[in-house]
Design a protein around this ligand. Structure first.
Ligand SMILES: [Zn+2]
Ligand SMILES: [Zn+2]
Length: 382
């Protein structure tokens, strides 16, 4: 059956459940309109690419944001796109020039294809490539699909002992690795992390691995803070409906940091958290913006100026971040399995989106449509 470009043939849910199609995919048509659709199976054309069968994909906050609002910042859904970008897959076909992968290998997919020619790419910062092709960033389709083509050098082989489910968690872990590297966390330092969602939790774990002796997680949800304490945080603080200055004073008191924290990471994107951050940080400290919220906010720029704070952004991940993320899991230094609330078959993807939106899960994985699986539930945080 032929379909015009950009117009997937929609498959009603009952049919999707009964029919095992090879490349059924989860398309976002417009806000609140996710539908199963049949996508033309991709064909390998480039000798440096591989074809992956997608095994597991984690639902990200950005997927939820696209679903609810139809866009993020400058990225807007104008024609149906496949969501999903946190994936692990199995190599099913390889291009003739691919040397480091074989058919059957399990890989963590770094879901991007930079141009490799621009100034950002050539300076080693390919994550900042203006011509980046990134999964589930309009107009490019994501990985909630059966088969996906990727450049082989962005498919990172999972060592023995690292499961495909853990492989799907490498993406958010690489985000955290990049953030903590941007923060240049050093042994003995104090780190305050705003937000105890998956990336905030993973930042806490990476900061500990980098030698931070005090890691304080801030959130507004008790259950998330309890989990943070059991996972990596040495201290937690539940943000109160008081001024940023007053919240910051409480944090400094709890953490016994009268002079402020060496490093503050925002993994929340919330204006109030960001404002609080600049009252928590010490003179000469480092601030990293990892969370994505509103495009424009008000924050105490005078504190940044007078404390000579080093402030940096952090966007996705770059050279070496996946490698380190995989190594942290393979060597048992970060147990990403603990973040998996549950794994559901592809036909339950819509329910999984609802569950993540409701805030009752840390990370839910959706099995690829060709993966045989029954629902598995683990760490529900509520
Ligand atoms: Zn993500
Ligand atoms: Zn480039």
């Amino acid at each position: 059956m032929a379909s015009s470009v950009g117009e997937p043939v929609s498959v009603p849910i009952q049919e999707a459940k009964s029919k095992r199609t090879q490349n059924i995919s989860l398309f976002l048509h417009k806000p609140h309109d996710l539908r199963y659709g049949e996508k033309e199976p991709p064909v390998l054309k480039n000798q440096f690419d591989v074809l992956l069968a997608i095994n597991y994909t984690g639902i990200c906050g950005s997927d939820i944001h696209f679903w609810e609002h139809g866009g993020i910042g400058a990225y807007n859904v104008t024609s149906p796109i496949v969501l999903g970008h946190e994936s692990a897959g199995t190599v099913v076909q390889i291009g003739s020039a691919v040397k480091h992968l074989r058919i059957g290998d399990h890989v963590a997919l770094e879901p991007c294809a930079p141009c490799r020619r621009c100034e950002a790419c050539l300076s080693g910062h390919y994550n900042l490539c203006p011509d980046m092709i990134f999964a589930a960033s309009p107009p490019y389709d994501g990985t909630l699909t059966g088969f996906y083509i990727a450049p082989a050098d962005f498919c990172h082989k999972l060592p023995d002992g690292v499961s495909l489910q853990e492989g799907a968690l490498i993406e958010p872990l690489a985000v955290a690795v990049h953030i903590v590297r941007q923060a240049e966390v050093k042994p003995g330092q104090s780190v305050v992390i705003m937000g105890a969602g998956p990336v905030g939790l993973l930042c806490a774990a990476v900061a500990r691995v980098f030698g931070a002796s005090m890691v304080l997680s801030v959130d507004i949800v008790d259950s998330k803070l309890e989990f943070a304490k059991s996972f990596a945080a040495t201290h937690t603080y539940k943000s109160q409906p008081i001024s940023p200055e007053a919240n910051a004073a409480e944090i400094r008191e709890i953490a016994n940091l009268p002079g402020g924290a060496d490093v503050v990471i925002d993994a929340s994107g919330f204006e109030l958290s960001i404002r609080t951050s600049f009252f928590v940080i010490r003179v000469g400290g480092t601030y990293v913006q990892g969370g994505m919220g509103k495009s424009d906010i008000t924050f105490p720029i005078m504190a940044l100026c007078m404390k000579e704070v080093t402030a940096k952004g952090s966007f996705r991940y770059g050279s070496g971040d996946y490698k380190l993320a995989i190594d942290l899991v393979a060597t048992g230094r970060i147990d990403v399995k603990r973040l998996i609330t549950g794994t559901v078959p592809f036909i339950e993807a819509l329910e999984a989106f609802e569950e993540v939106k409701g805030g009752h899960a840390i990370k839910i994985l959706i099995a690829g449509p060709n993966e045989k699986l029954n629902s598995q539930r683990g760490n529900d945080i509520t």
